[in-house]
Design a protein around this ligand. Structure first.
Ligand SMILES: [Zn+2]
Length: 420
């Protein structure tokens, strides 16, 4: 390819790498091709691939393997190569590009015009050159209100009305272009517009979503009180740490309850606030049986901290996580082992969604247990857990920020009822 590229009549090289190629091969098409192009191999290929292979999943489920070649099949490479032969021939006929194929990697070189023909010769690749200018226009329209504010160095986020107008304008532009350009239509009509990508999970409402964005990007909140009931200046950092109003405790309890709920899907005897000792009033956050080891009690204690609090200013986040984990371990690990012969795991999380080492290991184990039980994949389970946790964090952060800290009579009576 290098020699071809250096030749005088070559302007460009096109490199193609098929994604997940071996698994995506259409079997019936490839068997047909093999029968025509390589009859000696056809009988073997037909015998191995005509019927879908049965794949057995832990937990009694069964899948059918209907696409692609089998991993480890010594003939997989040849099968794949022969199956692609008709595509290669078609490209050779339609373009004068010099081609070189190795399994799922391809290179083509020649004059720009010829390479272009090759790129659009039925590989299903959208013409990014054409798409780029439209996508750019749309993104300029959508971000218009924000851009104006950045130019004027205004730290307030754009109004909802401005945003909506920009969005609908962008969608209209897209639709118009899509009608005009039949080639581009397929890509745009899939509903993957900017608006739908911006839409979050249905959980938070509009105001909450805006708050979440502001928290995420550290934008200023214009509509929160200046002073807290405790007398301090009220900002996001203060909202996350001020104990007035009981939100800090509620945040801890919400995370605790979520972990207990997750644990109860895979463990027996899940208990919230189990007493460590009958005579003492020491309680841990969660108890679950059979989490790390069969039948063994596992105790967990949740700590939520705000990493931007003044006291952590001099430390790295790893140090802060370690500090909290060690504090909890010192306090409980030995006693849990002595009194209950169980294990102890500190679940240290930050208000921004970070996790301590032990907490990460715990979530990995949890995902393993859940995915074995529910016959899901590990990655689906892990992202499901992550989503659950991040929404819990978001709810807690919004509660700390928007919850009223003013003392009300009703609140006091409620609080005493609740804690007794
Ligand atoms: Zn306060």
């Amino acid at each position: 390819m290098r020699t071809i590229f250096e030749a005088d009549d070559t302007n460009a090289v096109l490199l193609i790498d098929a994604s997940n190629a071996f698994n995506a091969l259409n079997r019936s098409a490839s068997l047909h091709n093999i029968r025509v192009l390589c009859p000696p191999m056809a009988i073997y290929a037909i015998n191995t691939y005509r019927q879908p292979a049965r794949l057995f999943v832990i937990g009694g489920q069964e899948l059918e393997s209907v696409k692609g070649t089998t991993q480890g099949d010594p003939l997989a490479t040849s099968l794949y190569a022969i199956s692609l032969q008709s595509l290669i021939t078609q490209l050779q006929v339609s373009s004068a590009t010099k081609q070189c194929w190795f399994v799922d990697d391809a290179a083509g070189s020649g004059s720009l015009l010829e390479v272009r023909k090759c790129a659009l010769g039925g590989l299903g690749i959208a013409n990014t050159v054409k798409l780029a200018s439209q996508e750019y226009e749309v993104s300029v329209t959508v971000t218009g209100p924000l851009t104006q504010r950045i130019i004027h160095q205004d730290h307030h986020t754009p109004d909802e009305a401005d945003n909506n107008a920009a969005k609908s304008q962008a969608i209209a532009t897209k639709k118009r272009e899509a009608l005009k350009e039949s080639e581009v239509r397929k890509v745009l009509a899939t509903g993957s517009g900017l608006a739908s990508r911006l839409k979050p999970n249905n959980d938070p409402n509009k105001g909450e979503f805006r708050d979440a964005l502001k928290l995420r990007y550290n934008w200023e909140f214009s509509d929160i009180p200046n002073r807290c009931v405790c007398g301090d200046i009220f900002d996001v950092d203060h909202a996350m740490t001020c104990r007035n109003g009981g939100f800090v405790i509620q945040r801890h309890n919400e995370i605790r309850d979520l972990e207990a709920a997750l644990l109860s899907t895979v463990c027996k005897d899940v208990e919230i606030e189990p007493p460590l000792h009958t005579s003492q009033d020491t309680r841990l956050d969660v108890l679950a049986r059979g989490f790390w080891e069969r039948q063994k009690s596992a105790y967990f204690d949740v700590r939520v901290f705000h990493p931007y609090a003044d006291s952590y200013r001099e430390k790295t986040s790893e140090q802060v996580f370690k500090q909290h984990e060690n504090e909890k371990k010192r306090k409980y690990a030995c006693r849990v082992l002595e009194i209950k012969q169980g294990s102890f795991t500190p679940l240290t999380v930050s208000t921004t969604g970070g996790m301590g080492t032990k907490c990460k290991i715990y979530h990995k184990r949890l995902a393993e247990l859940i995915f074995i039980k529910k016959c899901e994949t590990y990655s689906t389970t892990m992202s499901w857990i992550r989503a659950k946790i991040s929404f819990a964090f978001l709810r807690c952060a919004l509660l700390c920020l928007r919850g009223t800290r003013k003392k009300r009579k009703t609140f006091e009576t409620l609080a005493t009822d609740f804690f007794n």
